[in-house]
Design a protein around this ligand. Structure first.
Ligand SMILES: [Zn+2]
Length: 125
């Protein structure tokens, strides 16, 4: 993943600070520990970037989460129905299961994408 460092993809995929990319924004970097899934540091301890730019900042991540959910559903549909030849009911169950299983990742990714729309990498900090 180091080769992506400095690009937005690095911060999005690793959940690191969008400005310095030196530490995780999250208290627990494993999204599957559900009790900590939304716990974020208030500021980056390296560059002091405030993650919650304004009150309720991360509500906007819902739009991103919606788009990611649709993308996952379409991918699950293509795999289950087109490649594996599943019937419609099986395909429906496959889509639902994929969304449930990937929910923590979708949630974190959408926050990472959202904050990266507003903050840019800065090598100097
Ligand atoms: Zn930082």
């Amino acid at each position: 993943m180091q080769f992506l460092k400095g690009s937005k993809s690095y911060s999005i995929l690793t959940g690191t600070c969008p400005v310095c990319q030196k530490e995780s924004m999250y208290v627990d970097s494993n999204p599957y520990k559900l009790q900590n899934i939304l716990k974020m540091h208030e500021r980056c301890s390296h560059c002091g970037t405030k993650y919650k730019i304004e009150p309720s900042f991360f509500f906007g991540a819902m739009y991103v989460s919606y788009a990611l959910g649709v993308a996952v559903s379409v991918a699950a549909f293509i795999i289950a129905h087109v490649f594996l030849g599943g019937e419609l009911m099986t395909t429906f169950i496959a889509i639902t299961l994929s969304l449930i299983v990937l929910m923590p990742i979708i949630l974190r990714l959408s926050r990472n994408i959202w904050i990266n729309m507003f903050l840019n990498y800065n090598e100097a900090v």
